[in-house]
Write a protein that binds this ligand. Sequence first.
Ligand SMILES: Cc1cc2nc3c(=O)[nH]c(=O)nc-3n(C[C@H](O)[C@H](O)[C@H](O)COP(=O)(O)OP(=O)(O)OC[C@H]3O[C@@H](n4cnc5c(N)ncnc54)[C@H](O)[C@@H]3O)c2cc1C
Length: 450
Amino acid sequence: MSAPFDVIVVGGGVTGAGVARDAALRGLTVALVERGAPGCGTTAASTHLIHGGMRYLLYDRLTTHETCWDCGHIVRTAGDLLTRLPIVWPVYRDHARGLETVETLLEEYDRFQPMKHGRRHLRLSAETCARLVPGIKTEGLIGALSFDEWWVDAEDLARRTLESAKAAGAQILLGAPAEAVLRAGARVIGVRAGGRNLRGRVTVNAAGPWVDKVARLAGASLPLRLMKGTHLVYRDQALSPVGLLLEAEDRSRCIFVVPSPLGTWVGPTDLPGPDDPDEARTTDDEIAYLTRSVRRYFPRWPRHHDATIVGSRPILGQPGAENLLSRDFEVFDHELRDGIPGLLTIGGGKMSDYRLMAEAATDAACRKLGAAAHGTTQLTTLDGRPVAAIPPWPQPAPALKRFLRARPRLRRLHALAHLGAAFASHLARRAAGSCPETDEAAFRRHYATD
Ligand SMILES: Cc1cc2nc3c(=O)[nH]c(=O)nc-3n(C[C@H](O)[C@H](O)[C@H](O)COP(=O)(O)OP(=O)(O)OC[C@H]3O[C@@H](n4cnc5c(N)ncnc54)[C@H](O)[C@@H]3O)c2cc1C
């Protein structure tokens, strides 16, 4: 029988691809099995933004902080795949959040933007907004704010990360579903995938919303709350010349309009999904909600979309309301948790911190293997060129993160306390006349790619 791999990875979404790359760059022997094509799961159904999660500033500030930090690494190591996307947030008289509240949120996001090579926000008049976004409803429009994120072809990011893993020596098996885990007593010693037995000293379950299904093959289970998200896809790539963040018709959520080489995407929704991600389907209600939400602003918006895409966010089970669920991630050691040595799961997180998630999972695998090698994924581009480390940036204290993670109400208070102080200082600056509006030409210069 052939020697076992050091690490077997189940799942070739962006996270599993990241784990395979990280482990292979550390000199470990790696095999990855993916039941479909690279990134074909949740990764493909994402909004395709490398972003810090500005919305989490409302209830989970430390995740925004940490995600922006890892976005910076992705920008440096996968920069040729990314495009800067300016996003305009129009504000209307009847909106739940007024201009000053939205600007406060963006001023707070500005603190983290430099980590991800983002630009500071701009304040726009209603007239400038109407010029930048032709066809937008002007009745009730009182102004707009803008910020920027990075657009990426998410499946390409997974594919290129897998290619990088392969170049570092990893074996990649596509179209190879893990059907069973191999056991020696309680210990997991690999997987049976695509008709082959692959033996591994550590198996990393990186199956996104399917992590629970894969863990069950080994007799374990994981606390996931799957939240379903749908996008409407229009073939026309330029229904809006810039990205948009629009208050949806229920007024409690916002949806993106993202123009891209893959078409114009509108969404996502955020609804409790079925426990089995294979059962997630777009409903007529979701289509109607998204269509009405965008047509509130664009009376001439096409009545018919060309496609829909749906995915399930792999959110870790947490106490508290659905709209307060943290997007942070966790590595589960099934030896400590369930008495099953040889199996780790990486769960939760975002595409935007996939490198950090992969590093945490590979660190855990190295501890199991007694391997001393450190992660170097932040120092090499996906096509193998060296890059310098990002200058140090203060990181959230792990103890504070752990403490707040278990207390969602306190975590929200922590976020709101920061925003409250920021709102007061914003109002003071506004009274002093130091929040100027930007014109169209300055907007274009500001977001021009470097
Ligand atoms: C609607 C929506 C919008 C989102 N937008 C964003 C965004 O803009 N930015 C962002 O950062 N994050 C976003 N996210 C979150 C992000 O998409 C996910 O966090 C990320 O893609 C998860 O990647 P993953 O590799 O962990 O999971 P997946 O991409 O789901 O990969 C898991 C892989 O495991 C494979 N698999 C499953 N079972 C098996 C098996 N038995 N054997 C072998 N392979 C198996 C699947 O085929 C799949 O390819 C969004 C999520 C949703 C749902």
